[in-house]
Design a protein around this ligand. Structure first.
Ligand SMILES: Nc1ncnc2c1ncn2[C@@H]1O[C@H](COP(=O)(O)OP(=O)(O)OP(=O)(O)O)[C@@H](O)[C@H]1O
Ligand SMILES: Nc1ncnc2c1ncn2[C@@H]1O[C@H](COP(=O)(O)OP(=O)(O)OP(=O)(O)O)[C@@H](O)[C@H]1O
Ligand SMILES: [Mg+2]
Ligand SMILES: [Mg+2]
Lengths: 228, 228
């Protein structure tokens, strides 16, 4: 469902080239549960932003569900992002001065869902994330881990076929982390949702069937997870 | 060096009281290395913000190095924060559109250090954090873990006597996390710096001599760490 060929991403800073992704070739079949690990600065978020159609590669092709994304217009990309991909950002990326509830409803507003249905779905997700009672809190009135869970709920609310999760448990205690991983595992096993998850926590990476490791902008290992 | 008596913190949201800290009595001697753990939303950051003189309690007293902080003027509080306390924020709190180097130099600007000395100290810290070469990057041009390390460097640059670290390794791979913990451990053992560190990672909490656990705004356990 996700295929990249000869992928490169170079940032320019004061005319100096910063090669964040040097060259990646990768195929992730539909229904996979893949973990991506690697040192800080190794290129994981840069790679996820390209997979999530939030950024374009400097070179190489990215085929999403068989189509080369470089052929899509910006509007079509936004539509695909909203309908097919749930993105959990490393820094949450919630709208400030907007309640937890409204943040979670946002993808459903874009896809034209009725108000009644939106509120119902958002409340369901909020409760699944253990945030019942926090509907009206703004992000700055929530703890770090509560903000993270609002970001997770928002990524799941439109039932995406692909979930891209960038460090989804970085601010959560172990018990809450495992509850979130249980939700993702169920979505993968029962609904066939493809999950690509970046983490530096070994026990979180072990939920996946396949573990890919980045180092300095390259994939240095891509193995089946035998611990599963 | 830190003593709280009958401490309470209640937020108000649409006139509804949210008791983030219900009642805490605690004493942390100078030169301690203490870890604070607890579920997401249990009150750890709220407590750290009060210890860091960034927020006032609703009730109770907070004695910092023997003096009741409620007697300080806002200017004196800012001075104490800048000279004695190094605060590592859970969300980094870096200045946008300001380079990594300038973010780290900021506490030295406030304390009136010479330009030459500021640059020297900031470069030293940058290198200690493994960020040599990233001096000119703005926060949005850095990875999550790189931003976190800039926030750590900024907290250490003015040689504080107390370090308050709120989830300092949340975005770091294991190897980088241990390098940071090694820096903190050395500051505690060789320089007698008091360290209070919030974490949900068990192996990070184990660097401390004492582990305090919060649940729903109360301390439910406060034990010596025998694993050390
Ligand atoms: N400004 C605010 N207004 C209302 N409620 C708040 C505010 N800030 C925090 N809270 C609430 O207070 C409680 C404690 O928050 P706090 O940030 O201290 O938790 P925490 O232990 O640091 O959690 P985490 O591990 O997720 O970072 C949470 O339930 C949160 O929703
Ligand atoms: N806009 C940018 N301009 C210049 N360099 C950038 C930019 N964004 C990222 N980088 C650099 O690209 C490299 C890869 O960053 P990336 O965010 O992908 O790393 P990461 O693996 O997600 O790290 P972490 O685990 O710390 O989140 C880093 O060295 C970073 O400094
Ligand atoms: Mg990242
Ligand atoms: Mg917190």
């Amino acid at each position: 469902v996700v295929k990249v060929v000869g992928l490169k991403k170079t940032y320019f800073l004061d005319h100096v080239a910063v090669p964040a992704i040097k060259e990646v070739n990768l195929e992730i079949p539909k229904g996979s549960f893949v973990s991506i690990t690697g040192a800080s600065g190794s290129g994981k978020t840069t790679f996820m932003n390209i997979l999530g159609c939030l950024d374009k590669p400097t070179e190489g092709e990215y085929f999403l569900q068989g189509t080369d994304v470089s052929s899509f217009t910006p509007d079509r990309l936004a539509e695909i992002r909203n309908e097919r991909i749930g993105f959990i950002f490393q820094n949450f990326n919630l709208l400030a001065r907007t309640s937890a509830m409204e943040n979670i409803e946002l993808p459903l507003v874009y896809s034209g869902t009725s108000r009644h249905e939106r509120v119902k779905k958002a409340l369901e997700l909020l409760e699944m994330m253990g945030l019942k009672g926090f509907e009206k809190h703004f992000p700055q009135q929530l703890s770090g881990g509560q903000q993270q869970r609002v970001a997770i709920a928002r990524a799941l609310v439109n039932s995406p076929s692909i979930i891209l999760a960038d460090e989804p448990t970085g601010n959560l205690d172990t018990k809450t982390s495992y509850e979130i991983m249980h939700v993702l595992k169920k979505l993968n096993e029962e609904m066939g949702v493809t999950i690509i998850l970046v983490t530096h926590e070994h026990d979180i990476a072990a939920y996946a069937q396949r573990i890919i490791t980045f180092r300095d902008g390259l994939i240095v290992s891509d193995t089946v997870n035998h611990e599963k």
